[in-house]
Design a protein around this ligand. Structure first.
Ligand SMILES: Cc1cc2nc3c(=O)[nH]c(=O)nc-3n(C[C@H](O)[C@H](O)[C@H](O)COP(=O)(O)OP(=O)(O)OC[C@H]3O[C@@H](n4cnc5c(N)ncnc54)[C@H](O)[C@@H]3O)c2cc1C
Length: 367
């Protein structure tokens, strides 16, 4: 989609390979942004007000100039496929990719329908599971969401709950998102940042408990379910090479400390398309300053060694900082002054210890 925005790339031909037809509503993306993005026409719902809850903090935040937006997977796939079908320089092939490789001049994709050669390959497949590495951290953000419809009006469709930590923290950092779409419909998502998954029935039990006890809703129907696992890690993903650029999750575009990925992927894809259109070097693309990977490592270090600390960390961040600064920080777009304010609100022994440990692990200058 980003490549197709550039007139100067209209004379290039693209082959898009995917094993799936993308005709299922397999995920819902939520993210904040200030300006209309490339996918504005398919934003399903948006919120200008967000709640944050924990046992020590209750905050209602007006987030302008940000909006918190939701895009449904199926709308995204239909929109992209319809747009792509208007471009005769793009072919789509539905097949399994078994491997990718490169020679001095080209990249190769091997599929169950043969091998294809191209000048440049953009890969979004994670071929090998991430392997634990000494000094690196791997947590999973795992969540189960129910789109529920209630018997009586129960929600304010103008206000979403970004994080509600008033749930048991027995498994580690755990919270719930509530994203109302109308007075009687909301997506409720039970989310954990932990090293291991729960049993399927544990997610369901936690959702039921939250809906009845916290939201105090008794009459409701589940209209749709989703489950997801997102890696939160500082283990490096595959490196880009002359003819292969890894994108999406495979390109390391998931914010290691929050699991948010949609906006990073868009920023990265836009930067790639701009560089290609300008004929500049793709290997020079950098969407975030190095200091942010340091912050992510410190955060992962603390969450790994103090698994119950997540509620306290996010409570301190949201209690003491302006919400727009927090969004910029989580988007890797904050100034050093904003960083310092957030870091100061977190100053405590685990952070100081983790910060010192991670400084010594850094190979490259951060600032
Ligand atoms: C349920 C869910 C909800 C999420 N919600 C949010 C959210 O609210 N906000 C946010 O910021 N992030 C969210 N994420 C994280 C992230 O934004 C998504 O995972 C995003 O889809 C990642 O994009 P991607 O291109 O890396 O991977 P994908 O979107 O998974 O695309 C990879 C593609 O590769 C294809 N593929 C895989 N293997 C092969 C193969 N061998 N051969 C051919 N094709 C193959 C797949 O069919 C797929 O189409 C969510 C993730 C999940 C799973």
């Amino acid at each position: 989609m980003h490549l197709l925005q550039h007139a100067s790339l209209q004379n290039r031909s693209f082959l898009l390979i995917d094993k799936a037809k993308k005709n299922q509503n397999d995920r819902t993306w939520c993210f904040w942004e200030t300006n209309p993005g490339l996918f504005e026409p398919i934003v399903h719902h948006r919120w200008n007000t967000l709640h944050f809850f924990s046992s020590s903090v209750e905050r209602t935040m007006q987030i302008a100039p940000y909006q918190y937006k939701m895009i449904r997977g199926i709308d995204f796939y239909n929109h992209c496929l319809a747009y792509i079908s208007q471009h005769s320089n793009v072919d789509i092939l539905y097949t399994d990719v078994t491997s990718i490789s490169e020679s001095a001049d080209d990249a190769m994709v091997t599929t169950t329908h043969g091998t294809f050669t191209c000048k440049h390959l953009f890969n979004s497949i994670v071929f090998k599971p991430l392997q634990p590495q000494p000094g690196k951290f791997l947590l999973l953000q795992h969540f189960k969401g129910w789109l529920i419809e209630t018997d009586v009006p129960s929600f304010d469709p103008g206000t979403a709950t970004l994080m509600d930590f008033r749930v048991s923290q027995e498994h580690g950092t755990t919270f719930v998102y509530v994203m109302p779409l109308s007075t009687q419909q909301a997506l409720v998502e039970y989310t954990l940042f932990t090293p291991a998954l729960l049993q399927p029935e544990q997610y369901d039990a936690a959702l039921r408990k939250y809906i009845t006890e916290q939201l105090q809703i008794t009459g409701y129907h589940i209209r749709h379910e989703e489950f997801g696992i997102i890696p939160m890690t500082n283990i490096p993903f595959e490196k880009n090479s002359n003819h292969i650029t890894h994108i999406g999750t495979a390109g390391g575009n998931v914010k290691a400390s929050s699991g948010y990925a949609f906006r990073y992927i868009q920023k990265n894809s836009a930067a790639i398309a701009n560089a290609l259109a300008a004929g500049s070097d793709l290997s020079a693309i950098k969407i975030s300053a190095a200091k942010f990977s340091f912050y992510d490592s410190v955060f992962l270090n603390v969450l790994t060694h103090h698994q119950q600390k997540g509620a306290d960390i996010f409570s301190r961040i949201f209690r003491s900082n302006n919400q727009q600064s927090v969004f910029r920080f989580l988007d890797n777009e904050s100034s050093l002054r904003e960083d310092l304010s957030i870091i100061t609100s977190l100053a405590s022994m685990p952070f100081v210890k983790a910060g010192i440990t991670e400084i010594f692990k850094q190979k490259n200058p951060m600032f």
